[in-house]
Design a protein around this ligand. Structure first.
Ligand code: SAM
Ligand code: SF4
Length: 353
């Protein structure tokens, strides 16, 4: 028997969007995401297999999950990613597959990913200057990322979204350069507020401050809703979007710190080791890997039990996150040298952002 009801949390928010971290491994070590020496990695045996992810998506798509984002770690370092995306895109009900990548390997992968059914790509780019790029990412070449971004546009991804995390006195001097870059290539640029999750990389620059600096420099900068003829299509669910009177780019602000977007939250997250998280900012994890295990006598061939387990997990989701309180706690713990406990371990590479 299959129970055809939409997935929703205890507050009636429909869950339609699954973010899948396919690996916790990465070819960069961004200062706000990973410590320089890297993190203790999930062993290969503990990584959720593509087969298990596909089974989970098959279960969830029946109940309303239609949108998927592939993230990591760096998703392009996991072997077989193109084949996996092709299989995902064949699942009935899944109509939007996107990826967040650091772009280092995008140039060689872009065409095959597009052909496999990946619809949209977000590329992280925190500086347009080689030395600052290296200071933030600790590894990697800026040019490889830029070539990946250009290639993505060339093979047909649209819109190409570029994500920048600003840290005061490191890259916030580049706000106008980023905007000019987006306008020159008609990219969709999003500024994401730096969240001190697990690491203390510096000071957050709020979305409001960035918006004000752009308004000072560009006279025709306006909220996107005021301009309905804009031809760069966007998904404005968590991003507050702006454009220019000449339509040259969309600039979005994602403000998890200054303006949380819990109200319309439709997300569920899957970690590389097969744990479900109902909120980025709560530590509760639900081990779905052991339920998907084909040797599990209780769940083998019984998708309804797995769905019910996920439904119950969602019922425990809080109405809103308390990130700022947690951030205060975290700062206190950094000062006392206690950075290895609790949520401080939850580096973004594990959760997938
Ligand atoms: N490796 C891929 C990448 O960098 O795009 C995907 C994973 S990464 C964890 C996903 C997104 O989270 C990136 O856009 C990254 O900039 C962002 N991110 C990571 N740590 C962050 C933090 N502490 N605050 C804000 N954004 C963060
Ligand atoms: Fe890797 Fe992305 Fe984290 Fe940077 S933000 S270390 S690229 S996972």
């Amino acid at each position: 028997m299959n129970i055809y009801r939409s997935l929703a949390d205890g507050f009636g928010r429909k869950v339609t969007y699954l973010r899948i971290s396919v690996t916790d491994r990465c070819n960069l070590r961004c200062v706000y995401c990973m410590p320089e020496e890297g993190v203790k990695l999930v062993s290969h045996a503990d990584v959720l297999s593509y087969e298990d992810i596909l089974r989970l998506v098959n279960i969830l798509s029946v109940h309303g999950i239609s949108k998927i984002r592939i993230t990591g770690g760096e998703p392009l370092v996991r072997k077989g990613i193109t084949r996996f995306i092709k299989d995902l895109s064949g699942i009935k009900g899944v109509n939007d597959i996107a990826m967040t990548t650091n772009g280092l390997l995008l140039e060689p992968f872009a065409a095959e990913l597009f052909d496999a059914g990946l619809k949209r790509v977000n590329i992280s780019l925190d500086s347009l200057k080689e030395d600052v790029f290296l200071r933030i990412t600790r590894l990697g070449r800026l040019n490889d990322v830029l070539n990946g971004i250009y290639r993505a546009k060339e093979v047909g991804f649209y819109p190409v979204k570029v994500n920048a995390v600003l840290i005061r006195n490191i890259n916030d001097g580049e706000i106008i350069d980023f905007v000019n870059f987006a306008r020159a290539h008609e990219f969709n640029l999003r500024f994401i507020e730096y969240m001190p999750v697990g690491l203390n990389a510096g000071e957050t620059v709020t979305s409001k401050e960035v918006e004000d600096r752009i308004k000072e420099a560009f006279s025709g900068f306006m909220p996107l809703n005021d301009k309905s003829d804009g031809n760069l299509s966007v998904n404005a669910s968590v991003s507050k979007d702006f454009t220019f009177s000449d339509n040259k780019a969309v600039i979005g602000f994602i403000s998890p710190l200054s303006k949380h977007f819990c109200e319309g939250c439709s997300r569920l997250r899957l970690t590389a080791s097969g744990k479900l998280r109902t909120c980025l900012f709560y530590d509760n994890e639900y081990d779905i890997k052991k339920l998907l295990d084909e040797n599990n006598e209780n769940t083998a061939g019984n998708d309804d039990i797995i769905f019910k387990y996920i439904e119950d997990a969602l019922k425990q989701k809080k109405q809103t996150h308390l990130f700022n309180e947690k951030a205060e706690n975290f700062k206190n713990r950094i000062c006392s040298g206690d950075i290895d406990t609790g949520w401080a371990n939850d580096y973004m590479n594990k959760i997938g952002g």
